[in-house]
Ligand binder design. Structure first.
Ligand SMILES: *Cc1c(COP(=O)(O)O)cnc(C)c1O
Length: 385
């Protein structure tokens, strides 16, 4: 049976060249990047060259990149780090209703543990945040705005520059979770006016457990890993050398192929959507029609449960998801779709198909042959019809 993986927003396969670049750093070049001997220095050199690549990809200098264990840690670090470092300035932060849990739960944490107030900005039906509400929510004691670059469930891209301008005008730090955007969209932190930006390697065909936080020069965060002078005292802990090397290679490859891959993703997702629309009634695309990630298609299938779709797709070798991998397992409808005003029953029947560079037209055609009959069969059995 054909296997078609359409869950790239959850994680992606490691590219062959990324894996090859990583291999020597497990058992041959195994030095600790903090050691002064040549084994250590050779590891450090590899780390620094990855840092250069990533800095260059986002329009900044290498020293502004701090390596972390991934997007979740980067988001936690940005939010808790800014909160802790600015306790005397104010205890209000602004985020959106559609963030990844890495951000939402970090905000919840500082709300409960540090006495912060959190304003969560709503979004329109396309998942775009309300800029007027954002402007109106700014207070004298606001220390941080954290709004994602591109949404992981529906793919909507936020007006990042406008958000940054509001932050700058009011002397507030701006963090954006760009985990889904890196390698898919151009990110120039300086041009956009971003102070803090989270990344993760495994969302762009790099290894799991490696990520980064961009910290603009002069922005002070309280580190929450203590225990050494690594990463200029911003993040203690022995560096994940193979992971970082793989991350660098993944960014390099994704940046180079971005225009071509985006074009291909757009074609594949259009073919997919057109095909489904030909065969099925009452299916709805979620997210912005244009301001969206080229690889992400979130569809509501009326009258059906998302979970049963996922299981039936899986029986045919098709991997998709009902939303974020971190929230699946809970039977609540997606907080992102609910924030967009999708009615709960419809939100329950929504599936995210996220494509990747290794998907082909044959994959799409296979899905177009398998998915409609599954949907029709489930609808025939559905008490909701
Ligand atoms: C996957 C993801 C994260 C978490 O990154 P990890 O490296 O898996 O911890 C954070 N934000 C978004 C938008 C994501 O898609």
């Amino acid at each position: 049976m054909r296997q078609v993986y359409l869950d790239h927003n959850a994680t992606t396969p490691v590219r062959k060249e990324v894996l090859e670049a990583m291999m020597p750093y497990f058992a041959e070049e195994y030095g600790n990047a903090s050691s002064v001997h040549s084994m250590g220095q050779s590891a450090m050199k590899a780390v620094e060259s990855a840092r250069e690549v990533i800095g260059e990809a986002i329009g900044t200098e290498a020293v502004d990149i701090v390596f972390t264990s991934g997007g979740t840690e980067s988001g936690n670090f940005a939010i808790k780090g800014i909160a802790m470092a600015n306790l005397d300035k104010g205890r209000h932060i602004i985020t959106s209703e559609i963030e990844h849990l890495a951000v939402l739960d970090s905000c919840r944490f500082i709300e409960e543990e540090l006495g912060f107030e959190v304003t969560r900005i709503p979004v329109d039906k396309y998942g775009v945040i309300d800029l007027d509400r954002l402007k109106d929510s700014v207070r004298k004691d606001t220390v941080l705005i954290s709004i994602m670059f591109a949404n992981n469930e529906v793919g909507t891209i936020q007006p990042v520059k406008e958000i940054a301008n509001i932050a700058k005008k009011n002397g507030i730090y701006f963090h954006t979770d760009a985990v889904q955007a890196l390698g898919k969209e151009l990110i120039d932190v300086e041009e956009l006016g971003i102070d803090l930006c989270s990344f993760s390697a495994h969302k762009l065909n790099g290894p799991k457990g490696a990520g980064a936080l961009f910290i603009k020069k002069g922005v002070k965060l309280t580190p929450f890993h203590n225990g050494g002078h690594h990463e200029r005292k911003r993040r203690a802990g022995t560096l994940n050398v193979p992971g970082i090397v793989g991350f660098g290679r993944a960014v390099e490859a994704a940046q180079k192929e971005m225009p071509e891959v985006n074009k291909r993703m757009k074609k594949l997702t259009e073919r997919f959507l057109d095909g489904l629309n030909k065969e099925l009634d009452e299916i709805y695309l979620n997210g912005h029609p244009e301001k969206r990630l080229s690889n992400t298609i979130n569809i509501s299938f009326k009258y059906i449960e998302g979970e049963s779709l996922i299981l039936n797709f899986d029986l045919k070798g098709i991997s998709a998801s009902t939303g974020s991998a971190c929230t699946s397992g809970s039977l609540d409808p997606s907080h992102v779709l609910i924030a967009m005003g999708v009615e709960p029953a419809l939100a329950q029947g929504s599936i995210r198909f996220s494509f990747g560079y290794e998907n082909t037209e044959e994959d799409v055609d296979y899905c177009l042959a398998e998915i409609p009959p599954i949907v029709k069969r489930l609808r025939e059995m559905s008490p909701l019809c």
